[in-house]
Design a protein around this ligand. Structure first.
Ligand code: ADP
Ligand code: MG
Length: 241
């Protein structure tokens, strides 16, 4: 039964700056402002959309609004290796229904830095030294050992580190944690992760439209299906002059 933590199901926008600058010019960001906010499932929300559609921009802003570290980690992680900030976060307000007891922002692209920080802080509970494991192993260790019940978790393309088996293991973990009152927002291209029953799939279209989508209509699923059904034909089309 899908339930989830339900910590935040609505993040409202405040008026954007008039400046025509990134990220306020991104179609999906304009869409979020036009709607007055972004709605999240109490359990699991997937964000899908092509490369560059703005998934990470949205997720980073949510992470900041939720009090997490922009580069990944929990609220106790205050390191930064880049000097970036989320301008979007300054225009978003979370409507908390209750507060999570744990949180984590897991980004494949900065996971190495998070692992370094875990070692530097000497934090235990990660299933062993993360740098002594492969990228995928340590990523899974983290989800299995550091994600607790009653938590709020943001994951940015977690499949990047994972095998198909690894994706299935992560899906199972997300499913179990949702039953233990956790909430997730996950940017993903994985047709495997998207198969989690009862999740909300928000798809970002080319024009920035952000709409709930069924599993079969989600772009990663449609394209992967079309490819696997006829790889030879797709290769002929793709590689034709
Ligand atoms: N600092 C920046 N200045 C201008 N454009 C940026 C900046 N950071 C990201 N972008 C652009 O914003 C778009 C959305 O990026 P991102 O949110 O990372 O996309 P996604 O995660 O969906 O692949 C991309 O086209 C990216 O090039
Ligand atoms: Mg991204």
């Amino acid at each position: 039964m899908a339930s989830g933590g339900g910590f935040v199901t609505w993040v409202r926008t405040q008026p954007p700056p008039s400046a025509e600058e990134h990220p306020f010019t991104l179609p999906v960001v304009r869409e979020v402002f036009a709607r007055g906010g972004i709605g999240l499932d109490p359990g699991v929300t997937f964000l899908v959309g092509d490369n560059g559609s703005g998934k990470s921009t949205l997720l980073e802003a949510l992470a900041v609004v939720f009090g997490m570290n922009l580069e990944g980690g929990s609220r106790n992680f205050r390191f930064s290796t880049r000097t970036e900030r989320s301008a979007l976060a300054e225009h978003l307000v979370a409507r908390w229904r209750k507060r999570p007891r744990a949180d984590f922002f897991l980004r494949a692209e900065s996971f190495y830095n998070v692992a370094t920080q875990v070692e530097r802080l000497g934090v235990s509970g990660y299933g062993g030294p993360l740098h002594e494991r492969s990228h995928g192993e340590s990523f899974l260790d983290l989800a299995l050992n550091r994600f607790w019940p009653d938590g709020l978790y943001l994951l940015d393309e977690p499949e990047a580190a994972l095998s198909v088996r690894g994706c299935l293991a992560l899906l199972r973990r997300i499913h179990d944690l949702r039953e233990q009152r956790c909430q997730f927002v996950v940017a993903t291209h994985s047709p495997i992760l998207l198969a989690l029953p009862g999740a909300l799939i928000l798809q970002i279209d080319e024009d920035g439209a952000l709409s709930p989508t069924g599993y079969d209509e989600a772009e990663p699923v449609r394209l992967t299906r079309a490819f696997l059904a006829a790889p030879d034909r797709l290769m002929r089309e793709l590689l034709a002059d």
